[in-house]
Design a protein around this ligand. Structure first.
Ligand SMILES: NC(=O)c1ccc[n+]([C@@H]2O[C@H](COP(=O)([O-])OP(=O)(O)OC[C@H]3O[C@@H](n4cnc5c(N)ncnc54)[C@H](OP(=O)(O)O)[C@@H]3O)[C@@H](O)[C@H]2O)c1
Length: 253
């Protein structure tokens, strides 16, 4: 007898908790606010931006959600473990982890060093790896969970003067796919790959015009563009192992 397959309804917890790393400013801040608007209580992680983190917490509380500020230097394994214990103490559960904290330093190929490699790989690949290891058993305990890693379109289309950065983000892309397979079905693991979202202070007007000229949509992204993509992945329990480019079409070239 044929029996139609009935997909299970996703079980959405009543007060889901999201931890966003690097959430005091810029893109991480926008993600924390968007997930709060989507009904999550938020652990706002920072390393050296306590005032900005408290200001994000105040905005989240004004939205009617709970918020705590948690601190860690994510390149120190012991601090990562302590960070997750702080989330346990504050909320007693973890449903969503967004690995957004990162470093991005210009490293011309003529003067590349071992330290440049270690600096980028420690913050952009090893730290998210350690955070995933902490998050996974907590999510499994509650039956489901969702991890979103923030990578970069440069993981596939490298920048000439940022070799260690591009390598670290390409590694994070493979961490995403590997863990999506390894942690299924309880936990989804996806990535959002931004194109340029915010210019750095050291980029000239000419540099900025050149970047914009290569984007079919005719503008750089906004932190909110990235935040909406993260929310989509968090709310899509049958999507796992994908990297969603949010780059105005830049990577079509
Ligand atoms: N901005 C863009 O145009 C763009 C483009 C492509 C991809 N991305 C990616 O999108 C994400 C967000 O970008 P963004 O420009 O908003 O990032 P960002 O400002 O460069 O960095 C975000 C936060 O990362 C934290 N951080 C750095 N090293 C850390 C460490 N060792 N331990 C703990 N926290 C650390 C910092 O927190 P504290 O301030 O608290 O120290 C910083 O505020 C990143 O993953 C980035 O690679 C951004």
């Amino acid at each position: 007898m044929d029996r139609a397959f009935v997909a299970p309804e996703p079980v959405v917890p009543r007060d889901p908790v999201a931890l966003v790393t690097g959430a005091a400013k810029r893109v991480g801040r926008a993600i924390a606010l968007e997930l709060a608007r989507a009904g999550h209580d938020i652990a706002i992680h920072h390393r050296a931006s306590p005032e900005e983190a408290q200001s994000v917490a105040a905005q989240i509380r004004a939205l009617g959600r709970r918020a705590v500020v948690v601190h860690a230097d994510l390149v120190v394994a012991g601090e990562v473990a302590a960070l997750f214990r702080s989330v346990d103490e504050a909320f007693g559960r973890l449903d969503v982890l967004v690995n957004c904290a990162a470093v991005f330093r210009r490293t011309p190929v003529e003067s590349l060093t071992e330290a440049d490699f270690d600096f980028h790989v420690a913050a952009n690949l090893k730290a998210p790896y350690l955070c995933c290891l902490e998050a996974a058993p907590r999510m499994k305990a509650s039956g489901r969970g969702c991890i979103v890693n923030i990578t970069d379109v440069a993981a596939e289309r490298p920048f000439r003067s940022h070799v260690p950065y591009c390598v670290s983000k390409a590694g994070l892309d493979m961490l995403t796919k590997s863990l999506a397979k390894a942690l299924a079905p309880a936990i989804t693991v996806n990535a959002v790959a931004p194109g340029t979202v915010l210019f750095r202070d050291d980029e000239s007007d000419d540099d900025r015009r050149r970047v914009i000229a290569r984007i079919p949509q005719g503008r750089i992204g906004t932190p909110e563009d990235i935040a909406r993509a993260v929310r989509f992945l968090v709310e899509s329990p049958h999507v796992t192992g994908v990297t969603l480019a949010v780059d105005g079409g830049r990577s079509l070239d």
